[in-house]
Design a protein around this ligand. Structure first.
Ligand code: ATP
Length: 250
């Protein structure tokens, strides 16, 4: 029997701590995080600068090891897997949209967006075709052949989002995905993330300071000083969000 908060169905953090540095430069970024994230919901992670949001999503996504504690992603304890297995699990199941975009400078937008599919064994031609479709869905159909250096910050951010979503990851983790885009693009990006997130076997976690993003979240997780302060569920007015998008696109 699998309960609502069972780690088999989403993400579960148990007593997570993370220390950076040593001695005088030691920083305790996570101080015993306890958190259960059920699937099928869009989770927004909020809190003041430096409270540990990026550290927490990096540990959940398996790109950073915790100092102590455990994280289960769809029932799998990432800390107990070998490095090779974590890498393979991440490539197949996790999409990560980084705050600094992390695009490869020598690759075009289309090539950058196709990377997760190529890593997962798709042929280059099929991966590029799919990348073009996803880039069109984030409004970049006319910039497929541009290098990152030829794109604005907001356009680079949209390429990073396309790359994070392209392999339809079961766990999507985004760090400030709307910080460099205007209101209409931010709205479209959140619509896209929401459409991926609310599938029944998926989890999406979005770190945000952007007040405009708050209406999109089913759950608002507030952090403070390395721990989870509160988790609030909220009703989503889907019709209102859809209507607003149509108005902004008109
Ligand atoms: N690589 C690192 N080395 C040392 N300290 C770090 C490192 N990364 C983060 N920290 C520290 O850990 C704490 C938590 O940082 P983190 O980036 O997780 O916070 P955040 O809530 O995401 O902040 P922001 O909203 O400003 O992005 C901060 O005090 C930060 O200075």
């Amino acid at each position: 029997m699998v309960s609502e908060n069972s780690p088999d169905r989403g993400v579960s953090c148990k007593g997570l701590t993370k220390e950076y540095g040593q001695g005088q430069s030691r920083v305790l970024a996570l101080r015993g995080v306890e958190l259960d994230i059920p699937p099928g919901k869009l989770n927004l992670l909020t809190g003041p600068s430096g409270c540990g949001k990026t550290t927490l999503i990096s540990v959940i996504a398996g790109t950073l090891n915790p100092t102590a504690g455990e994280v289960f992603v769809f029932g799998i304890n990432l800390n107990r897997l070998s490095k090779k297995k974590v890498t393979a699990f991440r490539a197949k199941n996790i999409g990560f949209v980084f705050q600094q975009f992390n695009l490869l400078p020598a690759l075009t937008a289309q090539e950058n967006a196709s990377v997760p599919l190529v890593i997962n064994g798709w042929t280059k031609a099929t991966a590029l075709k799919r990348a073009a479709d996803v880039l069109r869905s984030v409004g970049l159909g006319d910039r497929l052949n541009s290098l990152p250096s030829q794109l604005s910050g907001g356009q680079q951010q949209r390429v990073a989002i396309a790359r994070g979503l392209i392999h339809e990851p079961r766990l999507l983790v985004c760090d400030e995905p709307t910080s460099a885009v205007d209101a209409a693009s931010g709205h479209a990006i959140m619509q896209l993330i929401r459409s991926v997130a609310i599938l029944p076997n998926r989890v999406a976690i979005v770190v945000t300071h952007d007040q405009r993003v708050l209406p999109f979240g089913d759950r608002i997780i507030a952090m403070e000083d390395g721990h989870v302060l509160s988790v609030k569920n909220q009703e989503i007015d889907v019709a209102r969000l859809n209507g607003k998008l149509e108005l902004e696109n008109a």
